[in-house]
Write a protein that binds this ligand. Structure first.
Ligand code: ACM
Length: 748
């Protein structure tokens, strides 16, 4: 009996696992029970919903999604919308699909909106395919109430159409907050009727250093071209800019609301206000708008006119955005002009304010009183903690290096939204803040008490656009990483293998929505390659629909470059550039593979008997591994493998690993060396991997042709401070990279 039960369980879990992978749902529902068969949407499918319920936008979205009028009375094939008060939270929904009926119930209309996205993801991607939805039962609800994506439209501007496209993607992945960073030093982007110069003049700037950097990069990558739609001539000069009228803002807010997404505006002050100060100079303590030592001159918190301006601006903002939350920014304030101001000295004396941090706090408190009087809740970046905040402010945590900030905010009973720069700043290249890093984010930091946990509303990714001048670049940066975040904040569960499989099924959906997403990495090869007689280059395609194209003349692969196909035979030293292409013409990242010819290195005699490697430790910060050669080691030790012993506690150090590597067979060996900061690997007196310098964790790879037997082995590693990463793996004959067995090392 027991045995049978175990067998049944195994069979059942095997079945559900296989099924899990066939439901391309991101985020994955809290509970999903597969059924048999499917529902097929037909022209005659009827749509039944309570006539008195506020479901207009849900009904119209469903009709357009399924291409039905929904009016066929008495159809046996029907979709029923309704409510179920017993469901978990306001965004919860249940979805039952059988051959004859789809029943979608929400606790509120918002839950129904979320359930419609589940249906959308279950439909076939191909336009011509029958609209079949697999039978199943889903019960679903989000883990966190703040599931946000941010967009900075000040540094570079984006059209209303693009904002709507962005909101469509937020909706598809069940996000519920769009944080719109509308003002900054580089441009004021929201019409304020009382202060027309803010947009007439403040929305336009001459090209700056960030544009120059984009223009330089645009030679190799068209995603960096400055979007010509936002360039114009003004007073004989070329300027860049744009802004949203109040009508356009209302249009975006309504569009988002139809998709149950709240728009949170950010008007960043007292710092980041150069665009405004230039037009209204009385706002700064010095009537000057310039750059200080760190950031731009802020507005003056010691001047009543500042409060009049700020309150007038926010009054118009409050009228445009129904959201309870409004973001006041308050990050990165350069306070020198305050310290030198007579008005500030006087105010500080009068109010008993001890320093400029408290002055910032005074500004926030006054603004917060105003927000509260208008029924709004103030959000600020985590700098608002400095100088003290009251418990009703909501803190957006970004400075990953200020580790204590979320703990202090929780102790003070502030609500907290996590947007750590280390993981959720999507303006960083995706290679560093990878899909995997985002997926493995823990929203609530370790050591938070159970009562404090509810203060953590959720998480949000930020997309700052200093170096994002086009829609394509924005999409490349946020997609697919936002899909990983959506699963983190909706499910608060991790199953990365399952997620990766489902993500592969989402790329065609992104192509259908015309999203310029970042293609998955190509893997299974090294950048520095070695061959003895000849080598065959083959690349495993992440998706069957992709094509790998290559060049041998140093140019970038293009849509008409030759296809790699089943493989390319290399018989002479050369450099190959290759990239994956989608059938819609998107190109993935370009890889450069160098090939050099080598003879198999001859083995050396083994004289030593001690296993492992000799390590020499230098307790000093180095910029390059070479600089260790000038120093005397502080200590030496034996290690079983290329690893930093636990006894090394210095924040900055360098280690040289020396010995022999005894390889079991003749072949071309690949090595994968991940270093933070830097390292180099030499085997048989040949440079195999050069990953030198001070940098974040980067994997670099190389090859060496070795005869069976022992060869001189030299690995150098440096760590400049702030935590290290050191990994060395190998592969032979195209195997997956694996750890080097300790038994291969011997000291000479
Ligand atoms: C920020 O990144 N300055 C909030």
């Amino acid at each position: 009996m027991k045995k049978l039960l175990v067998l049944a369980c195994l069979l059942f879990s095997g079945l559900t696992h296989a099924q899990t992978n066939s439901y391309p749902l991101i985020p994955y529902p809290a509970s999903l029970k597969p059924g048999a068969g499917f529902f097929e949407v037909k022209a005659s499918t009827s749509l039944i919903f309570p006539a008195d319920a506020p479901l207009t936008s849900q009904v119209s979205q469903l009709k357009s999604l399924l291409g039905i009028s929904g009016n066929a009375a008495g159809s046996a094939n029907r979709i029923i919308l309704g409510f179920d008060a017993s469901l978990g939270n306001d965004e919860a929904y249940s979805l039952e699909v059988s051959a004859s009926t789809i029943k979608l119930l929400g606790k509120t209309p918002v839950g129904i909106t979320r359930g419609i996205q589940t249906l959308r993801q279950l439909l076939p991607v191909s336009a011509g395919a029958a609209k079949r939805i697999p039978s199943l039962v889903i019960k679903d609800q989000p883990a966190y109430s703040w599931r946000g994506m941010h967009l900075d439209v000040s540094r570079h501007f984006f059209t209303v159409d693009f904002i709507k496209k962005y909101i469509d993607q937020l909706a598809f992945y069940k996000f519920n907050k769009f944080h719109w960073h509308l003002t900054d030093d580089q441009g004021w982007r929201i019409e304020i009727k009382k202060y027309p110069l803010l947009t007439q003049e403040g929305a336009w700037r001459t090209l700056n250093n960030q544009d120059s950097s984009c223009i330089a990069k645009s030679k190799d990558n068209p995603d960096f071209i400055i979007d010509p739609r936002f360039l114009k001539m003004k007073d004989g000069k070329q300027v860049y800019g744009g802004y949203y009228t109040q009508e356009q803002i209302k249009e975006v807010v309504a569009y988002a609301a139809e998709r149950s997404i709240e728009v949170i505006p950010e008007i960043d002050m007292p710092g980041h206000m150069m665009a405004a100060i230039k037009q209204y100079p009385y706002l700064s303590c010095t009537t000057d708008a310039s750059w200080g030592k760190t950031f731009s001159t802020p507005i003056c918190p010691c001047n009543e006119q500042t409060y009049e301006f700020a309150e007038n601006v926010f009054s118009e903002v409050f009228d445009l955005f129904p959201s309870k939350y409004v973001h006041l920014g308050a990050d990165e304030v350069e306070k020198t002009t305050w310290a030198n101001s007579e008005a500030c000295k006087e105010l500080m004396k009068k109010e008993g304010i001890k320093n400029v941090e408290e002055l910032q706090s005074y500004f926030i408190h006054r603004m917060q009183k105003f927000f509260t009087s208008k029924g709004k809740k103030l959000i600020g970046w985590d700098e608002i903690l400095e100088g003290g905040i009251d418990a009703s402010a909501t803190l957006m945590y970004w400075r990953s290096w200020v580790k204590k900030a979320p703990y202090e905010a929780a102790k003070n009973w502030n609500e907290i939204i996590m947007t750590p720069v280390s993981t959720l700043y999507f303006d960083s290249p995706p290679g560093i803040q990878s899909v995997s890093n985002v997926y493995h984010l823990e929203v609530i930091p370790e050591g938070i008490t159970p009562e404090q946990k509810k203060l953590f509303l959720g998480a949000q990714a930020n997309l700052w656009t200093e170096y994002v001048p086009t829609e394509s670049r924005a999409e490349y940066l946020y997609m697919p990483r936002m899909t990983a975040l959506s699963e983190v904040v909706w499910t608060n569960k991790k199953n990365y293998d399952s997620f990766q499989k489902r993500l592969l099924q989402h790329y065609p959906m992104m192509e259908k929505s015309n999203i310029h997403y970042r293609l998955p990495d190509l893997t299974g090869f090294t950048e520095e390659n070695v061959f003895v007689d000849k080598a065959t280059l083959t690349i495993k395609k992440p998706l069957e629909s992709y094509t790998i194209r290559y060049t041998t003349d140093g140019s970038f692969p293009e849509k008409n470059s030759p296809e790699l196909g089943k493989g390319l035979t290399i018989t002479k030293p050369q450099t190959i550039k290759l990239a994956a292409f989608t059938s819609t013409g998107l190109r993935g990242d370009i890889y450069t593979l160098k090939y050099q010819q080598q003879a198999y290195a001859k083995p050396v005699p083994v004289t030593g008997k001690t296993a492992g490697l000799k390590g020499s430790l230098y307790k000093k910060a180095f910029r390059s591994t070479k600089l260790m050669q000038r120093e005397k080691a502080d200590s030496t030790f034996t290690v079983p493998n290329v690893e930093v012993p636990q006894t090394v506690t210095a924040p900055s150090f360098g280690i040289q690993f020396r010995g022999l590597i005894n390889v079991p067979e003749t072949g071309v060996y690949s090595f994968f060396y991940t270093c933070d900061d830097g390292g180099i690997l030499r085997i048989a007196d040949r440079m195999v991997v050069d990953n030198d310098g001070n940098h974040f964790p980067i994997e670099k790879s190389g090859q060496v042709a070795l005869s069976k037997g022992a060869h001189p082995f030299e690995a150098d590693f440096i760590e400049g401070g702030g935590g290290f990463t050191l990994k060395l793996k190998y592969s032979l004959n195209g195997s997956e990279p694996k750890d080097i067995p300790a038994s291969w090392f011997i000291q000479q």
